[in-house]
Design a protein around this ligand. Structure first.
Ligand code: ADP
Ligand code: ADP
Length: 219
């Protein structure tokens, strides 16, 4: 009998390294990396109606309303490449989103498998965000100091231009951190109660965090 799909939810504040780690682990775990922030940014790029609705919230560091976000992520999870599960990065970010995910999975007899919480102090977040650069073409993420590209300003994968996200400006980051502590951090307890929470020290070099995550997944 085929095994049940694996749904991994990566928890952690903005810039804790969720995307960086998911990109490394998705190949070895053979699961798609689904990042709600990337889905919104793809919608901006293609100038969709959803992108236009989401942009005002994202630019001021607020969360996009639950109904829009849940519909977008559920649609993505319904695609055939998610038949064996997914690594979710940035979703859920509120208790109603977590409940919607639980309900949708339960309808198919599935559940969230494991929720690593990548813990990083607020001071470190500010430094990570200020040095974050993203490829305009493929979305690959770098850091000017901690994960620099081989050639400054250009993506190692495809030579695309690296840019700083509008919402990575210091004022917006402070707002995003506030929103994180108010609306997203309650998920830590939510998943602790479901016995899926595993805390990972995210305040270590990228490779060390990957090693700790691998140990959690037995990869
Ligand atoms: P998130 O997806 O949680 O927002 P990212 O993966 O985009 O976080 O990482 C935020 C920034 O910090 C990026 O510039 C990334 O290169 C860098 N980064 C990620 N993990 C680490 C780490 N363990 N140490 C130092 N810098 C990191
Ligand atoms: P980071 O990893 O730095 O937190 P993301 O790329 O995950 O940033 O998200 C960027 C922005 O997109 C968030 O600040 C928020 O405005 C919006 N967003 C992403 N995921 C969600 C979500 N699950 N619910 C509501 N808004 C979201």
């Amino acid at each position: 009998m085929p095994s049940k799909p694996t749904y991994i939810v990566l928890l952690g504040p903005p810039a804790s390294g969720k995307g960086t780690q998911a990109a490394r682990l998705c190949e070895e775990l053979e699961l798609p990396h689904i990042a709600s922030g990337d889905l919104f940014r793809e919608n901006f790029k293609h100038e969709t109606e959803l992108g236009a609705k989401a942009k005002a919230y994202i630019d001021r560091g607020a969360l996009v309303p639950d109904d829009i976000t849940i519909a977008m992520v559920m649609k993505r999870l319904g695609r055939p490449d998610c038949a064996q599960g997914a690594i979710l990065d940035g979703f859920p970010r509120t208790i109603p989103q977590a409940k919607a995910l639980d309900t949708a999975l339960a309808e198919q007899g599935f559940r969230v498998s494991i929720t690593p919480y990548i813990a990083v102090p607020d001071e470190v977040i500010i430094e990570r965000v200020s040095g974050r650069r993203v490829c305009r073409t493929c979305g690959e993420t770098y850091h000017v100091k901690y994960y620099p590209p081989q050639e400054a300003g250009l993506c190692d994968q495809d030579g695309g231009e690296l840019y700083q996200r509008d919402d990575d400006k210091p004022e917006t980051v402070r707002e995003r951190l506030k929103v994180y502590w108010e609306q997203t951090s309650p998920l830590i307890d939510y998943y602790r109660k479901q016995s899926t929470l595993v805390e990972i020290d995210g305040n270590q070099p990228i490779d060390a965090v990957t090693k700790d995550l691998r140990a959690v997944f037995g990869a």
